[in-house]
Design a protein around this ligand. Structure first.
Ligand code: G4P
Length: 536
């Protein structure tokens, strides 16, 4: 495999900018079963270092202190928590932020994508673009996150290559440039042709492990597998080189073009190509938007934002780990940081670092890395930490819930406690809470049904609040805004029974169904209905 060169993203060569330039922080987006887990394992094999941020405690310790909601995780055999996995390869540091890909997923999945600089889109070669992939892709597009595509399961029956590329272009409005091209399909899949450097990498050869390509004449491939239609392969390659757009780094970085790799995660084939592409093309930590200015990653002063809160395993201590993405500078153990929302300083005395093989020996992290900050509820989703500057990062969004429920308390005397608990849970990002203006009981909104199970289990375990969820008359929520304050007030007055406040007191229009939402929207001149909201 050719060397991965560290791109010189910063003109100065200070130790900090060198550390920043060698980081690649990314996520994998895919539909369940496309092969994300298998690919993750194979990527980690390349790097050798595995650290799961979800495992904030040693196994033995964890067993004793698991709270009830961890039980959900155990029972369903799925991972509720979003983990960070870091590995080094060819002098580069890769931070892979895991997005739960199972049927049940939550806003965490979406928000994790706000903390990455690029994403790998894994597609099952037999299925093409599936629903979850499309949804996650849309979230990436909101932030113009560059996407690298890995078409997986090439060792099995797959769809026509042109058809797959065409589907990506049409359904996602994303140009494609194949970097490799499959030779043969299904049982006769021999390997891939390296479109950029020439040569073929064979599935049955040393190529999978070493990444080596062999200069084989296509005609000779027929000798290796008599079933291969050599003329067809030649035609396909000729057509591909004619029809496909050349790779353009700028278009990729802007999120308009995706380089495409073909392979088989199960057979560890093509994974090296993908990793090489990620190292070469994916951006090092990008500048982040704040309310004051753009913050460059190689700036010397530390800044970070919280994109996820995870309740710790111990229900008695209400410990929380805030996952923060470093946007600039260096974070060292013991340093003081300003929590901009409150203006107060906090000491980062025991941050969890995930980028060394042995977490205990690491005591600093750089822009692009993710650290876990233990706290007792001080930190919220969307919070900014700095070394003093009063800026707030923007772009950590809330997404309109796909399920809305009313919370029913079995013990009405505990209404006040429920209100506090829901406030806390919404600050943690477990659920969204909407308080109807007409005084009706609070509504909770979630993106995936598992969030409701987690909420129920945690209200019971941590607040002794047994609750049930009822279907409400509303099923959709949209944030409403207007440039004209009077118009907004008039709309709110006219639709009072459908207006609620979110956790920040911002108005939300609750609708019974899509039809009613569309009907209202058409008649609400000057009002913007949004299904995404920036967390301030
Ligand atoms: P996910 O995380 O995206 O949900 O997918 P996962 O990696 O768990 O893969 C889903 C299934 O597809 C697994 O099979 C896995 O072995 C298989 N798979 C993944 N990559 C490839 C590939 O490149 N080629 C082929 N042929 N299969 C692949 P399973 O039977 O559901 O699970 P298991 O019992 O094998 O673990």
């Amino acid at each position: 495999m050719s060397d991965i060169s560290v791109s010189a993203e910063s003109p100065s060569r200070s130790p900090l900018s060198e550390e920043v330039a060698r980081r690649r922080t990314f996520a994998i987006i895919s539909h369940p079963d496309a092969g994300k887990t298998t690919l993750t394992e194979k990527l980690l094999l390349f790097g050798g270092a595995i650290n799961l941020a979800g495992q904030v405690k040693a196994k033995g310790e964890r067993r004793n202190t698991r709270s009830d909601w961890m039980k959900i995780e155990r029972e369903r055999g799925i991972s509720v928590v979003t983990s960070v996995m870091t590995f080094e390869f060819n002098e580069l540091v890769f931070n892979l932020l895991d997005t739960p890909g199972h049927e049940d997923f939550s806003e965490d999945t979406y928000r994790t994508l706000t903390a990455v600089d690029s994403a790998v889109m894994v597609i099952d070669a037999a299925k093409g673009i599936e629903a979850r992939t499309r949804k996650l892709f849309e979230v990436c597009r909101l932030r113009d996150i560059p996407i690298i595509t890995f078409i997986n399961k090439m060792d099995r029956e797959s769809r026509d290559t042109f058809e797959l590329l065409d589907e990506i272009e049409k359904t996602l409005a994303l140009d494609t440039t194949p970097m490799t091209w499959p030779v043969g399909r299904g049982r006769d899949f021999l390997g891939t042709y390296d479109v950029v450097n020439g040569g073929v990498r064979l599935l049955e050869g040393g190529g999978a492990k070493t990444g080596a390509t062999e200069q084989i004449d296509i005609a000779d491939l027929g000798k290796r597998n008599p079933n291969l239609d050599v003329a067809e392969v030649k035609d396909e390659l000729a057509l591909a080189s004619e029809a496909c757009k050349p790779f353009e780094l700028a278009a990729f970085r802007e999120g308009h073009l995706t380089p495409v790799y073909f392979g088989s995660a199960l057979r560890n084939f093509g994974v090296g190509d993908l990793l090489e592409g990620l190292g070469k093309f994916a951006p090092a930590p990008r500048a982040q938007d704040s309310d004051l200015r753009k913050v460059e990653a190689a700036e010397p002063r530390m800044s970070a934002f919280v994109f996820k809160i995870q309740a710790n395993m111990d229900p008695n201590h209400r410990d929380r780990i805030a996952f923060a993405r470093l946007c600039s500078g260096k974070l060292s153990r013991g340093m003081k940081a300003k929590l901009v929302r409150t203006g107060k300083n906090m000491s980062l005395s025991s941050p969890q670092f995930f980028f060394a093989q042995d977490r205990s020996v690491a005591d600093e992290a750089f822009a692009g890395d993710v650290v876990g900050i233990p706290n007792h509820g001080t930190l919220r989703i969307g919070d900014t930490l700095t070394e003093g500057e009063d800026l707030t990062f923007v772009g950590v969004p809330s997404f309109a819930p796909e399920i809305v429920r009313r919370v029913r308390l079995t013990d009405a005397m505990k209404a006040k406690k429920l209100k506090e608990a829901l406030q806390q849970m919404s600050e943690e990002g477990v659920v969204q809470v909407f308080r109807p203006r007409d005084g009706a009981p609070a509504l909770v909104g979630v993106v995936g049904p598992l969030q409701l199970d987690v909420l129920k289990a945690r209200l019971d375990a941590e607040y002794s609040l047994p609750v049930e969820f009822e279907v409400s008359e509303f099923s959709l929520a949209r944030w409403i805004s207007s440039d004209d304050r009077k118009k907004l007030d008039a709309f709110v007055a006219a639709n009072n029974s459908g207006i609620a406040d979110d956790v920040d007191g911002d108005p939300v229009f609750m609708a019974k169904n899509e039809f009613y939402l569309g009907y209202t929207r058409e008649r609400a001149e000057g009002i913007t209905f949004s299904n995404v909201k920036d967390v301030k």
